[in-house]
Design a protein around this ligand. Sequence first.
Ligand SMILES: Cc1cc2nc3c(=O)[nH]c(=O)nc-3n(C[C@H](O)[C@H](O)[C@H](O)COP(=O)(O)O)c2cc1C
Length: 172
Amino acid sequence: MTLIIAGSPRKGRYSDRIAEEVQKEAGGEIIYARNLDVKPCTACSWCKGKGDGHCVQQDDMAVVLDKVRQAGTIVLVSPIYWWQVTGTMKLVIDRLYALNGSDWEGKKLAVIMNGEAEADDREYALLRDQFKEMADYVNMEYSFLGVGTPEGDEESFMKVLGKVRDFALNLR
Ligand SMILES: Cc1cc2nc3c(=O)[nH]c(=O)nc-3n(C[C@H](O)[C@H](O)[C@H](O)COP(=O)(O)O)c2cc1C
C-alpha cells in the first residue's frame, strides 16, 4: 500500500494536486497533514522504551503511525517553505521517530518538493540530499522529485504534473 502524506497548509493548491496525481498513478491513500491534530515530538523517548514503537501522546499521530507501519511506500509531498518542508509536514516527520527500526524495513521513501523556484535551483538538490540521509538512516529505498511552479502559472503546472506522473509510475 502507498501512503501519501501531503504537507501543505493550503487546501486544494499545487501540493494537494500533486498528491492527488500521485494517487491516480500509484494508488493508495492521501493524508492531509493540515487536518491532523499532531503535537510536536517532545523527545521523551517513551517510544524507545515502554512505548515500543508507539507514542505516549494521544493525538492523530497514532493513526498515522499505524498507516506508516502498514504501508510499503511512503510519499511525502510538501511545498518548500524557506528551503525546507512546511512546519505542518515537519511535525509529522518528527513524530515518525516513534517507530522501531524494524517498522521501516523493506519500505520505500519518495519525496516530492514543490516550490516557486525553477527545478534546477540549488534548493531542490539540498532537499534531495537531506532526505537521502534520512532514508539511508532507516534503510529505505529512496527517490526524489523537485518541481517548481511560479504562483498562478497553470501552464507550467501542467508540465509539472507530467513529471509527477512519470515519477509516480515508478512507485507502483
Ligand atoms: C512561507 C513561505 C515560504 C516559501 N519559501 C519558498 C522557498 O524557500 N523556495 C521556493 O521555491 N518557494 C518558496 N515558497 C513558495 C511555495 O513553495 C510555493 O508557492 C508552493 O507551490 C506552495 O505550495 P501550495 O500551492 O501547495 O501551497 C514559499 C512560500 C511560503 C508561503
